[in-house]
Design a protein around this ligand. Sequence first.
Ligand SMILES: Nc1ncnc2c1ncn2[C@@H]1O[C@H](COP(=O)(O)OP(=O)(O)O)[C@@H](O)[C@H]1O
Ligand SMILES: [Mg+2]
Length: 258
Amino acid sequence: MSRIIKTNNLQFNYGDKNILKDLSIDMEKGLFYSIIGPNGSGKTTLLKLLANILPSTKKTIYIDNEDIHNITKRNIAKKLSVVPQITNINYEFTVLDIVMMGRSPYISRFGKIDNKDTDIVMKAMEETGVIHLKDNKVTNLSGGELQRVVIARALAQETEIMLLDEPISHLDIGYQYEITELVYKLCRDKGITIINIVHDLNIAMRYSDKILMLKDGKIYRYGQPLDVITKNTIKDVYAIDVEIINHPVLHNQKVIVK
Ligand SMILES: Nc1ncnc2c1ncn2[C@@H]1O[C@H](COP(=O)(O)OP(=O)(O)O)[C@@H](O)[C@H]1O
Ligand SMILES: [Mg+2]
């Protein structure tokens, strides 16, 4: 397996306040990563640094073995797409307009959308199950539909990495699994490296190849789901008592709160 992301003693401060401390992480191509940790532990900050939305120090973040500082913004957008925590779209864009925005790194400033862009956008909408909504205004969509549209936009960007910041937090339990299944499929079928911030420990346990658990801006654990999510780590990081039990149907492990 080849390495796709590396961080090297990554630090981040907001003003005087140190937020992330010495994060050194390696991520491999094509795997499903989850980032977990309490509110304020630095998950979103880490994601924004990886996406170059927040500035990092030189020689701390490498994508495809290249220092992120040496990659142009346009080329970063060709490697890495972002599904943000909250997508505020106030304009009356259609679903097609929004998904087409995923093509912007490939279209020059005065360039035109060509047939290839349209084909990619149509395919992205098919794969995410929003093609029937293509002429709808995004302001009229349900939360689950909007999230699919934002994932379609990321897919149309044709990146090898997709970063998602709590894509299911505002959704009901049905949509939570539906969206996570969709993202998991993109990982397995298309080999897209997924980095997914999630609060639901059972979803993290069930879908992740590896989990990064943050506490106070530091790596608390990084590894296989069953090594990261344990009675003790959950007690330490979230201050609650849980039991890890066998799922009666799926026979994988499941977290229940005591
Ligand atoms: N724009 C900002 N200015 C100052 N502090 C911030 C800002 N954004 C986040 N923080 C602080 O950084 C810490 C980590 O935040 P964040 O990365 O959003 O955590 P998480 O996503 O894990 O909830 C928190 O203490 C938060 O209050
Ligand atoms: Mg966050």
